[in-house]
Write a protein of this length. Structure first.
Length: 157
């Protein structure tokens, strides 16, 4: 299978990037790539809002608030959790994943998951603009694709 054509699919749509500041060099790169991707696919620059949160733990709560406020066609959650010497990594990774999954399941608009969970900083850098691409861009593409799919399944034009 291949990704459907997404040229211009962002026209008239509004998105919110909810971005963790923890591991900021990584998440900033992901946010930049996500924003550029949305604009490249027709989203007006002023239609891309960014909300920053302290860390991955806070992503789900902030995404919920964004959805409660309405006025978005999709939300892209971006964060990075790097394994350390304690089990903290496991708790935060799981909480961010389950929290965002629960919100996405109930949301009336796409909520995409752009949270890196890596063993070290090198892996995070490789996935935020390095050799493994940029997962911020991937999360934005997923949001655009899901918007188009929702429109198709709802029978909208």
């Amino acid at each position: 299978m291949s990704r459907p054509a997404l040229s211009g699919v962002g026209k008239g749509r509004r998105f919110c990037l909810v971005v963790s500041r923890f591991n900021e060099p990584v998440t900033e790169s992901m946010a930049t790539a996500a924003r550029e991707c949305l604009i490249a696919h027709g989203v007006e620059p002023e239609a891309v809002r960014m909300v920053e949160v302290p860390g991955a733990w806070e992503l789900a709560q902030a995404v919920g608030w964004v959805l409660d406020a309405g006025d978005v066609d999709g939300v892209i959650a971006l964060g990075c959790v790097i394994r350390g010497e304690t089990p903290h990594f496991e708790y935060i990774s799981l909480a961010a994943t389950l929290g965002l999954e629960a919100i996405a399941r109930e949301a009336g608009v796409p909520v995409t998951f752009g949270v890196l969970t890596t063993d070290d900083g090198a892996q995070a850098r490789a996935r935020s603009g390095g050799a493994k691409g940029n997962k911020g861009e991937d999360a934005a593409l997923a949001a655009l694709e899901m918007c188009a799919l929702a429109e198709e399944l709802r029978g909208s034009s």
